[in-house]
Ligand binder design. Structure first.
Ligand code: ZN
Ligand code: ZN
Length: 212
């Protein structure tokens, strides 16, 4: 599966093939030794293929990156970072076929999906967004449900469940889901008398994301 994903991305021109000259500096180190190939950081992502999902290692250093002139600065970690050279959002969304899942958004340096929803460019990288989500969960406990916002000071839009799932760590998301379930169990709801014409209906307390 990993090799299938790899050759798919190489074919699309998003990844470099192993042996690409840019992966080898051609330079001996300070002691005159030529460094052997190192895989670099590996991201495990869940990739859908057919009806199932598999965990697949992605060699991050094989991605082609944008030039330094197009690098983006993150206000959170104060790093200038270069995004994967994926073309347009539509190209990237189409590129993943026949593989599916959120992994293609998760490997990006900046939270492109968030940018799209918010309508502004995020000042924070995906890594800092992940940390922001985790910190808010620690800070707010159960109250975080339906109140987790975009970290940008000019925005503060409440994030949708799917966005949190896209950018949170798996373990953090499991904790969030527990809080989420807890909120929406019948014992935590209360009944309110409703408009005469509509009889009575249930609302959640606190309001779920869809009621905001
Ligand atoms: Zn950052
Ligand atoms: Zn925003």
């Amino acid at each position: 599966m990993a090799s299938k994903v790899f050759s798919h991305l190489v074919q699309l021109g998003v990844m470099k093939p192993i042996g690409d000259p840019s992966l080898d500096s051609g330079q001996a180190d300070e002691e005159g030794v030529f460094p052997s190939f190192t895989a670099g950081p590996i991201r495990m992502v869940k990739i859908g293929f057919g009806t199932g999902f598999l965990s697949v290692p992605i060699f991050m250093k094989l991605f082609r990156r944008l030039d330094k002139s197009r690098a983006r600065y993150c206000d959170g970690c104060s790093r200038l970072q270069s995004e994967i050279k994926y073309g347009s959002i539509d190209d990237w969304a189409a590129a993943k076929l026949p593989l599916h899942g959120d992994w293609m958004w998760q490997v990006l340096v900046f939270p492109t999906k968030l940018d799209e929803e918010c309508g502004h460019r995020s000042e924070y990288c995906s890594d800092c967004l992940r940390k922001h989500i985790e910190a808010k969960m620690e800070e707010q406990g159960r109250d975080v449900v339906g109140r987790l916002t975009c970290p940008s000071a000019i925005c503060r839009r409440v994030l949708r469940y799917e966005e949190i799932k896209l950018y949170a760590d798996e373990a953090v998301m499991k904790r969030y889901e527990k809080k989420h379930q807890l909120w929406f169990t019948p014992g935590l709801r209360y009944e309110v008398p409703k408009l005469k014409s509509h009889g009575s209906f249930r609302i959640m307390h606190p309001p779920g994301p869809w009621l905001n």
